[in-house]
Ligand binder design. Sequence first.
Ligand code: S3P
Length: 163
Amino acid sequence: MVIALCGYMGSGKSTIGEKLAYKLKYNYLDTDNLCEIQAQMTVKDIFEKFGEIYFRDLESEVISLLKVNQNLILSLGGGSLIKDKNIDIIKSKAKIIFLNTSFEVCYNRITKNNKRPIVNALTKNELIEHYKQRVVNYEKSADYIVDGDSENVLENILKLIKL
Ligand code: S3P
């Protein structure tokens, strides 16, 4: 089984995803990390050197190449579900869980470093609008929605997927 975690930047996908994978003895992958391996540079450098469109193409490529003959927790970069084509591919390969974390919590986390080009480029008000638009996509793609602000998010996911 493949479980994909979607949600806004800073929603906790990687932290929760790694814990979930450890608990379930599943493999763990992160689309950002797969892009970095493919490009041999950080996401930030990919954006700076080649631009967002190039990064999005790379993101689509790693999603389409993803092998599903394994037990896997996949953390999806926050923009992975912008394209309907990606949503269709991920839905055909995985159950999607939306980690619904409030904007303020995400914002506090993502402004702690400057690793994310989109955060560096937008004001707080612009990020709020960006967040709202993204949530529409996460909601429409998700098989399950969990409260990312909850202290029991891991347990809640385990209950949902009944493993
Ligand atoms: C992005 C989210 C990032 C990364 C890139 C763009 C986005 O991933 O893919 O910086 O457009 O929301 P995380 O959601 O893992 O931070």
